[in-house]
Design a protein around this ligand. Structure first.
Ligand code: MG
Length: 176
């Protein structure tokens, strides 16, 4: 039988996935940014597929319940909710566990609109929300080649957390 390591790890990884369907006549929000498009993402909240995947990656990294368990889709409280609320709750749990975000890396998959022209704005918005530098947020945009998913938006996110105490120590060290 292997022995159990009871020490709190220095770093933890998290992974999140989400998908939403495009619907005509609703606003499109990705990474907390409103994008001009003739369709938005359906869902109980504002449908922000990227913030949902980041939220689940953060929650997963600290082994917390997932976004669907914390914010029940059947609860009318979350109808049309700003997904930033979900992200803030996940960050609260990350801090409570004694960690902070080191970096995140995301892949967005959708046929339209093109994300490239908005990537810098999305990255800096997500960085502000997470309290990290913009160069700690990776964002790749792909089209769903061969997937036959022209009406869906998909996000995959990996996140790395570092122990908050370790982060403080390394900041102090870099000053001296
Ligand atoms: Mg979602």
């Amino acid at each position: 039988m292997p022995t159990t390591n009871h020490r709190r790890p220095t770093t933890r990884i998290g992974y999140g996935f989400d998908s939403h369907e495009f619907r005509a006549g609703i606003p499109l929000k990705i990474g907390g940014i409103a994008l001009a498009h003739d369709k938005g993402l359906g869902g109980h909240s504002d449908g922000d597929v990227l913030l949902h995947a980041i939220t689940d990656a953060l929650l997963g990294a600290v082994a917390a319940p997932d976004i669907g368990a914390l914010f029940l889709p059947s609860d009318p409280k979350w109808k049309g909710a700003d997904s930033v609320v979900f992200l803030h709750e996940a960050l609260k749990r990350v801090r409570g566990a004694g960690y902070r975000v080191a970096n995140v890396d995301a892949s967005l998959i959708m046929a339209a609109p093109r994300i490239g022209p908005h990537a810098a704005e999305i990255r800096s918005r997500v960085a502000r929300l997470l309290g990290v530098r913009a160069d700690c947020v990776g964002l790749k945009a792909k089209t769903p080649e061969g997937l036959n998913l022209e009406n869906a938006a998909i996000a995959h996110v990996a996140v790395l957390l570092e122990k908050a105490a370790a982060a403080r120590r390394s900041r102090k060290k870099s000053k001296t």
